[in-house]
Design a binder for this molecule. Structure first.
Ligand SMILES: C[S@@+](CC[C@H](N)C(=O)[O-])C[C@H]1O[C@@H](n2cnc3c(N)ncnc32)[C@H](O)[C@@H]1O
Length: 329
């Protein structure tokens, strides 16, 4: 991909979505929340500017929380305009890799917030998940982990809420089943590793989790603890299995950059989107979690254990177009 190549050349082939950058952005969000008048914005070249916090503070006062917006490489390249004939102003004075946005949560359907009704609905979904072919395929694919890098925690990124309004019923089911899948992977790994290993912990990061989601997830077996953005990203290490299905955030590029920066941040396994035709399809342009050559490079060190295809009749399945990989020893 020419644009990606030019962009990596322009930025010196360095990792961009780095740990230090994510930590910096989070520290600035805290600074705004603490009422400081200004915050520090970084740009791609490592320069910084001091900006006013006022607008964000006004929005927060109206109940609109500040969330982090992560630009992916394709978007950064577009904003930077890395073409050789680009105007130097645009080439050198624009943008930062990740920045803030103010979230305006959709009005929620109050019926959904009845915990008992939600539990009844989830029970039915759990029964069909337990009998599903996808679950069977998933459990079989976990056997590959017998001879790959050991896993001791699972982090779900953007698995979504099982507590969505009725009109979004199917997606709530997918989300809930993805969390059940995380529990299945943990229990299956536990069997594989034997009784003397520490229990595998599971964490989920998704800004859409509602209070009911948190209660439900905490009662699964094993329980799923929730983390605020960006602490899920920051918790990834070489023993982590990452799960992420159609996230609205460039999970694959963030993880590939964290892994490029430090071998200790390269996960032990991933279940995430898979589209080998991404180049022909314009670099996944419309995708919020696009692939990149860095993601592919990272995966060269992994074994591909299973591919999940969309269900032709039903538009998609629980995992959409994803695949599961484990890191080679
Ligand atoms: C298209 S939905 C996919 C949900 C579910 N995985 C599925 O397959 O239906 C995208 C999800 O990404 C989540 N998301 C957005 N920003 C995120 C962030 N910074 N960290 C984790 N998840 C995020 C959204 O809240 C939403 O649940």
């Amino acid at each position: 991909m020419e644009l990606e190549k030019a962009f990596f050349e322009h930025t010196g082939h360095k990792p961009l979505l780095t740990r230090a950058l994510i930590e910096h952005v989070e520290s600035q969000r805290v600074r705004i929340r603490n009422g400081e008048k200004t915050y520090i914005q970084l740009n791609l070249e490592g320069n910084s500017s001091e900006e006013s916090s006022r607008w964000f503070q006004d929005m927060e006062a109206k109940g609109k929380p500040i969330t982090i917006f992560y630009n992916h490489y394709q978007e950064m390249a577009k904003i930077l305009d890395v073409r050789s004939d680009a105007d130097p102003f645009f080439k050198f004075n624009r943008t930062i890799p990740i920045h803030f946005v103010v979230q305006c949560p959709d009005p929620e359907d109050p019926k959904e917030f009845d915990l008992q009704k939600m539990k009844a609905r989830l029970e039915g979904w759990e029964q069909s998940w337990n009998k599903s072919v996808e679950r069977q395929k998933l459990l079989e694919s976990v056997q590959t982990a017998k001879s790959t890098v050991p896993i001791n925690k699972i982090i779900g990124l953007g698995l979504g809420s099982g507590n969505r309004p009725y009109k979004d019923y199917t997606h709530a089911r997918f989300s809930y089943c993805q969390h059940l899948a995380a529990c299945d992977i943990a229990l299956e790994l536990q069997k594989l590793y034997g009784p003397d290993t520490e229990p595998i912990e599971i964490f989920g990061q998704d800004p859409e989790y509602t209070p009911n989601d948190k209660v439900i997830l905490a009662h699964l077996n094993p329980p799923i603890a929730t983390l605020e953005d960006p602490y899920g990203f920051l918790a990834i290490d070489k023993t982590t299995f990452v799960m992420s299905v159609h996230p609205n955030v460039p999970v694959r590029q963030i993880i590939a950059d964290l892994a490029l920066e430090s071998n200790d941040a390269c996960p032990a396994g991933v279940l995430w989107n898979y589209n080998p035709q991404w180049r022909e399809e314009g670099g996944d342009q419309d995708h919020t979690d696009p692939c990149s050559s860095r993601v592919e490079k990272m995966l060269e060190g992994f074994v591909l254990a299973e591919i999940f295809e969309d269900d032709k009749e039903e538009d998609r399945n629980t995992f959409g177009k994803t695949a599961i990989w484990f890191r080679k020893l």
